[in-house]
Design a protein around this ligand. Structure first.
Ligand code: HEC
Length: 313
C-alpha cells in the first residue's frame, strides 16, 4: 500500500500525502547502539543511552509541542510534509528523530537542522516557529552529547580556556573550508547531475522524480545549475551528501562522504520504511560523488582552494 502511494508520487511528479509511518516490526531499539539500525551513524560504536536520556527528558516534549501535528512532522501526519520525525510513542521519539539526517545532520549544533532551521538567524522563521533560549539550550546540550558519544570524544571541561575549538565549531570550520574548495566545473566534470538526478531506485523510480527541487530534505536533479545552486549553498542539503568525521577530535575534523543518509533510505530502514530501495553504496551516484569529493579534497591538499565560504543554515 505505502509503496504504491510512493509510486504514485513518482508517476505524477508531485508530492502529496502518503500514509503515516506505522510502527509494526521488531523492537525499534534492538541494535548494538540502541538506535534500531546499523547505518554507520555511530562510528565510535558508543552506548548512546546517555544521549537518548537527554532527548527523552528534555527535547521530545519540545518537538511534540512545536513540530508535530497532522500537517507537519508527526509520524502519522497526513499533509505534504514527509519528514515525519515526531513519533507518537514518546518511547520511540529518539529513535525516529535521530534516523532523519534531514533533522540531525552530523549532530553538531552548528549544523543540525533541528536547531539551525528554527533558531534565530536560521532560515528566517521556519513556519513562524522559534525556540526559547531555554529550549535552545536543551537541544544544544542533547546534540553535544550525541556528537561526543558517536565520535568517541570526551566532553570539554565546562570552564575550558577560550580558543579551544569545540566539535561544533570544527564542523562549521571544515564545512566552510570544503565549500571554498568546491567548484561547479568539478561538479559537472564528475557528472553529479546526471548521475544523481537519473539514478534509479526500485520500480524505475528516479531520484529526481521526487527530489528535483529539494523536496523531502534531499536534492537530486538532472539540471546541473538547479542542483548545484541548492547543494553548494545550503548546509541542510549538502549534509545529505557529506558529513564531518569528528572521531579524531576537533583539530583533525574532516569532511567525508555521508553514507548514513543513503543507507537509511536505500534499505528502507525505520523510519524510512516507505522509501524506494536501491543499492546504497555501489551506484552511479556514489561514483560521481566520490569523483567530486576526491577532486575537491585534492585541491584542499594542494592549497589551491578559494576562501572558506560558510554554507547557509
Ligand atoms: C517516489 C518518491 C521518491 C523517490 C523516487 C526517491 N525518494 Fe528519497 N525520499 C522520498 C521521501 C517521501 C522522503 C522523506 C521521507 C523519508 O525520509 O523517508 C525521502 C527522503 C530522502 C532522503 C533523506 C533521508 C534523511 O534521513 O533525511 C535521502 C537521502 C533520499 N531520499 C535519497 C534518495 C535517492 C538517492 C533517490 C534515488 C535513488 C531517492 N531518494 C528517490 C521520496 C522519494
Amino acid at each position: 500500500m505505502r509503496n504504491i502511494l510512493l509510486t504514485a508520487i513518482a508517476a505524477f511528479g508531485l508530492v502529496g500525502c502518503v500514509g503515516g509511518i506505522s510502527s509494526e516490526g521488531g523492537d525499534p531499539l534492538d541494535s548494538p547502539d540502541g538506535d534500531g539500525n546499523d547505518n554507520g551513524d555511530n562510528p565510535a560504536g558508543s552506548d548512546l543511552s546517555a544521549a537518548k536520556a537527554l532527548y527523552d527528558t528534555t527535547v521530545h516534549s519540545i518537538m511534540n509541542a512545536k513540530c508535530s501535528g497532522g500537517a507537519c512532522h508527526s509520524e502519522n501526519a497526513t499533509g505534504a510534509t514527509l519528514t515525519r520525525f515526531v513519533a507518537l510513542d514518546a518511547a520511540k521519539g529518539w529513535q525516529t528523530a535521530t534516523n532523519y539526517t534531514a533533522l540531525v545532520g552530523n549532530f553538531a549544533a552548528s549544523a543540525a537542522p533541528i536547531l539551525t532551521k528554527v533558531k534565530a538567524g536560521g532560515i528566517a522563521g521556519h513556519q513562524g516557529k522559534t525556540y526559547t533560549p531555554d529550549e535552545e539550550t536543551k537541544i544544544t546540550a542533547w546534540l553535544n552529547k550525541e556528537v561526543e558519544l558517536r565520535n568517541g570524544q570526551v566532553a570539554p571541561p565546562p570552564n575550558q580556556p577560550p580558543g579551544v575549538e569545540t566539535l561544533s565549531q570544527a564542523t562549521e570550520r571544515v564545512l566552510s573550508e570544503f565549500a571554498g574548495c568546491m567548484t561547479k566545473t568539478d561538479f559537472d566534470a564528475a557528472n553529479m547531475a546526471q548521475a544523481w538526478g537519473g539514478m534509479q531506485a526500485q520500480n524505475n523510480q528516479e531520484c529526481d522524480n521526487c527530489h528535483a527541487n529539494g523536496g523531502e530534505g534531499f536534492v537530486a536533479s538532472r539540471l546541473s545549475t538547479q542542483f548545484w545552486n541548492i547543494f553548494s549553498v545550503k548546509k541542510y542539503y549538502f549534509l545529505q551528501y557529506m558529513t564531518v568525521d569528528l572521531t579524531q577530535g576537533a583539530a583533525a575534523a574532516k569532511v567525508v562522504i555521508n553514507t548514513t543518509s543513503f543507507r537509511g533510505v536505500a534499505t528502507a530502514q525505520d523510519p524510512h520504511r516507505e522509501h524506494p530501495t536501491f543499492n546504497p553504496t555501489n551506484n552511479q551516484g556514489m561514483n560521481a560523488l566520490n569523483t567530486f569529493y576526491n577532486t575537491t579534497m585534492a585541491k584542499k591538499t594542494a592549497g589551491t582552494c578559494g576562501a572558506p565560504r560558510p554554507l547557509q543554515n
